[in-house]
Design a protein around this ligand. Structure first.
Ligand code: CTP
Ligand code: MN
Ligand code: MN
Ligand code: MN
Length: 371
């Protein structure tokens, strides 16, 4: 069976970003294989190959149905020879030898386990692996290992925060954050971003943008919100980063660079009776609450649109869109601004729609940005 992919290649010809709607009938096994390869490349610091596998996975995800023959992938962009070989093997044997080899690899297993802890990146994971450490128990029993505050929270709440967050739990958190923000400033603007804004049923955290109708009034708001959450006794962990935003700087070309807005990474306590239908629980866990990761970001209101686009994601969608802007439109954008290199000027944006208009693209709804 050969797929009809004409609708797809047409939009890709121009190098437009891949758009994927949140649907439930896509076959996931093939993306999992590519994700293992991407992750393993990341651990081996092969960033280019890692991105190539992730891009290939998102192209496959965007297909209207599962790939059933190699012919079906003919003419698709972004599928390199490595990916083609993996797909061919899976189609022929139902499995991929290289992927299975990686999954059995001791280093891959250890690095995957360690980086699953909040606050532990590939560098720390590698350091622990080189010391001969292989399990959480070994790490926590090693006196020479000094965990920072974030990593301590990561281990302390590991069971809860490695569990998915449901839509109902995200809604409940939205109510809590909304009430807190509006208690302090009734006309503050709050938006749910990240995967939940894209309509996902589950996430690994809950992301919010907070701003104020007038520029400058956002100063001090976040610290006040943090204080108030603390007073409510629901703040389990907080890392606050002040703003380093500089309005004169051109948008960054480096996608991995963090934005400069004031923000905080939190772990918040959510009670059973706050969630419609109750909490998601681990077996045998009878606590009346669970811990959830929350990100709050505070852009100044004139940067709200670019910040909203960036924090809505997906990571891959925004990466593709930025590449499209640079290559096809000679424009740079990041979470802070949109800049036209031909006109040598910043383009003002009030809404996400403005950004798509400036880029000469049709508007892409958040639920179509799941690439
Ligand atoms: N993001 C960002 N700067 C950061 C962290 C995240 O711009 N320092 C963006 C990411 O690129 C992503 C979005 O914010 O597009 C949300 O990030 P994240 O919560 O990690 O991912 P989600 O898409 O929400 O998925 P998940 O369900 O795993 O949380
Ligand atoms: Mn998220
Ligand atoms: Mn994530
Ligand atoms: Mn997040």
């Amino acid at each position: 069976q050969v797929l009809d992919i004409s609708w797809f290649t047409e939009s890709m010809r121009e190098g437009r970003p891949v758009t994927v709607e949140s649907r439930h009938h896509i076959q996931v096994r093939d993306f999992d294989a590519l994700e293992v390869l991407a992750e393993s490349s990341e651990f081996n610091e092969n960033e280019g190959r890692c991105l190539a596998f992730r891009r290939a996975a998102s192209v496959l995800k965007s297909l209207p149905s599962a790939v059933r023959s190699l012919g079906a992938t003919q003419g698709l962009p972004c599928l390199g020879e490595h990916t083609e070989a993996v797909i061919e093997e899976i189609l022929q044997f139902g499995r991929c030898f290289k992927v299975e080899e990686i999954q059995c690899d001791e280093r891959y297993q250890a690095l995957k386990l360690f980086t699953s802890v909040f606050g532990v990146g590939p560098k720390t994971a590698e350091k622990w692996y080189r010391r001969g450490l292989r399990s959480f128990k070994e790490i926590l029993n090693e006196p020479a290992i000094q965990l920072n505050k974030m990593q301590r929270a990561g281990f302390l709440y590991y069971r809860d925060i490695s569990k998915t967050v449901s839509k109902a739990e995200a809604q409940a958190l939205r109510c809590i954050i909304e009430e807190t923000v509006h208690w302090i400033m009734p006309d503050a603007i709050l938006a749910l971003t990240g995967g939940f804004r894209r309509g996902k049923e589950y996430g690994h955290d809950v992301d919010f943008l907070v701003t104020t109708p007038e520029l400058g009034r956002e100063e001090g708001l976040l610290l006040h919100v943090i204080d108030r959450l603390q007073d409510q006794g629901i703040l389990l962990y907080c890392e606050h980063q002040g703003t380093t935003f500089d309005a004169t700087k051109l948008p960054s070309c480096n996608f991995e660079a963090m934005d400069h807005f004031e923000k905080c990474f939190l772990i918040v306590r959510l009670y059973e009776d706050q969630v419609e239908g109750g909490l998601q629980r681990n077996p045998g866990d009878s606590r009346a609450w669970r811990a959830i990761r929350v990100d709050l970001v505070v852009p100044p209101v004139d940067r709200y649109a670019t910040a909203l686009l960036g924090w809505t994601g997906s990571r891959q969608f925004v990466r593709d869109l930025r590449r499209f802007a640079r290559k096809e439109r000679r424009m740079l954008f990041d979470n802070h601004a949109l800049y036209d290199k031909t006109k040598k000027m910043f383009l003002s944006t009030t809404t996400e729609e403005d950004i798509f208009v400036h880029l000469g693209l049709e508007y892409v709804e958040p639920w179509q940005r799941n690439a």
